[in-house]
Write a protein that binds this ligand. Structure first.
Ligand code: GLV
Ligand code: MN
Ligand code: MN
Ligand code: MN
Length: 425
């Protein structure tokens, strides 16, 4: 891909929010890095003569064709592809950006083929997909679709106590304008999100063979298994757990006299692991905020963030119920931050996407434990589907996340075929 527009987009993005020590990315919503990425998106759109529309949430859409004229004339929205540009703390390069870059590359490929879309086509950048700063994942698509109210989103705070409303103001936005956007939803007739695979299904053909896949997956080796089509997103949620303690001196307070929130945090973390194993799902405490966070002070308060997911809703719910009862016994509190039910991608769009990629031959259908804006939109009734690009090790949400250049190319080719089909009518 050296010298290609894909490579040059990748080179532009590479330094933005990259931490020199870890090699991971820190690209959080409504920060300076985010602003740089948003400007990059607009520049890419303008370089291609695409019209940038922003919804009331700040999600960006670069349109090829007059979508409003199309909606008025046909009552149907256009076709949207894309993903997100924000990251988790020390995230990898591909989670999100691969979908946006591939979207622009697919527009280039369609034009090179002389395609003239009968239906307008947009590349999208959804804001705040990871929820790394304010705690709720897919905040951009949730608020756009009405799955989360603007009031709730604006009141979310980051670790420094900055609310989303204040972060918007600091970025020159009016929080009063922020909210669900019916007009933009009407413009999205179909959404196809391309994403790096975040598990090991495509990287490990043996594992792929053991998954329950549809018959089209037979002979996946023949094609190399570089791309899969999304089937569904597993149920998943986030919970905030607050645990009490009493601040006191680390050197002068006898062990027997302590009320140490950090000990409760350790107990809860172990309880999370035990419950997840018992019920057969996955659950993680990935963030801990200790107060006052001093080396020589007993913790007066710890906030933990629980992420629980699984193929089976009742297993995830049972895990969280067990953890919640342990937290209550310890005098703490649990608050649900987000919950997403098992979300199948839209069946007819998914079949069409599947058929458009090599006639569906050797293209597996994968369910995933990762959340995506495409899942939020599918749940809101917007026809949505996904393409996954192989990740040889399956590592994600880590600087080690990786995809081969050749597989990224295959992903762009697959997306191009899908979009060519969808924009034809
Ligand atoms: C977001 O990427 C998530 O699935 O946590
Ligand atoms: Mn992610
Ligand atoms: Mn992602
Ligand atoms: Mn995600």
């Amino acid at each position: 891909m050296a010298g290609s527009p894909f490579a040059s987009m990748w080179a532009d993005l590479d330094p933005v929010g990259r931490d020199g020590r870890t090699g991971g990315y820190r690209r959080y919503a409504w920060t300076r890095e985010d602003a740089t990425l948003r400007e990059w998106f607009v520049a890419q759109a303008h370089a291609r003569g695409l019209d940038v529309l922003e919804d009331r949430v700040g999600n960006q859409f670069a349109w090829w064709g007059d979508v409003d004229a199309h909606v008025t004339a046909t009552g149907q929205g256009g076709v949207v592809t894309g993903s997100h540009l924000d990251s988790v703390p020390d995230g990898g390069a591909f989670d999100g950006p691969l979908g946006v870059v591939s979207g622009f590359a697919a527009v280039d490929a369609l034009r090179a083929k002389g395609v003239r879309p009968a239906r307008p086509l947009a590349v999208a950048n959804f804001v705040d997909e990871e929820g790394a700063r304010f705690g709720v994942a897919c905040a951009g698509s949730r608020v756009l679709s009405g799955a989360m109210t603007a009031e709730r989103a604006l009141g979310l705070t980051d670790v420094d106590g900055v609310s989303m409303a204040d972060a918007l103001r600091a970025s020159g936005r009016d929080p009063g304008e922020y909210g669900a956007d019916e007009d933009m939803l009407r413009r999205i007739g179909a959404f196809v999100e391309l994403h790096v695979e975040q598990g090991q299904a495509l990287g490990d053909p043996g594992r792929l063979a053991r998954l329950r896949l549809d018959e089209a997956s037979a002979g996946v080796d023949a094609w190399g298994g570089a791309v899969a089509v999304g089937a569904s997103i597993h149920p998943h949620g986030r919970w905030r757990i607050d645990l009490p303690g009493t601040a006191n001196h680390a050197g002068t307070t006898a062990i027997a006299d302590r009320s140490d929130a950090m000990l409760l945090a350790a107990e809860v973390t172990l309880a999370v692991r035990a419950a997840a194993e018992r019920y057969g799902c996955v659950a993680t405490v990935g963030r801990l905020e200790a107060t006052p966070n001093g080396i020589n002070a007993i913790a007066s308060h710890v906030r933990l963030w629980l992420d629980a997911r699984g193929a089976d809703t009742s297993a995830v719910r049972a895990t969280v119920t067990e953890v919640s009862s342990r937290v209550a016994d310890l005098g703490g509190q649990v608050a649900e931050q987000s919950w997403t039910d098992d979300t199948p991608f839209t069946a007819d769009l998914t079949s069409r996407v599947h058929a458009a990629v090599r006639g569906g031959q050797d293209v597996p259908l994968l369910s995933t434990g990762a959340g995506h804006d495409a899942g939020v939109l599918a749940a809101a009734g917007v026809p949505s589907a996904m393409l996954f690009v192989r990740n040889p090790t399956g590592i994600s949400h880590s600087p080690q996340e990786f995809a081969e250049e050749a597989d990224c190319h295959t992903g762009v080719d697959a997306l191009t075929c899908v979009l060519e089909d969808l924009v034809a009518v």
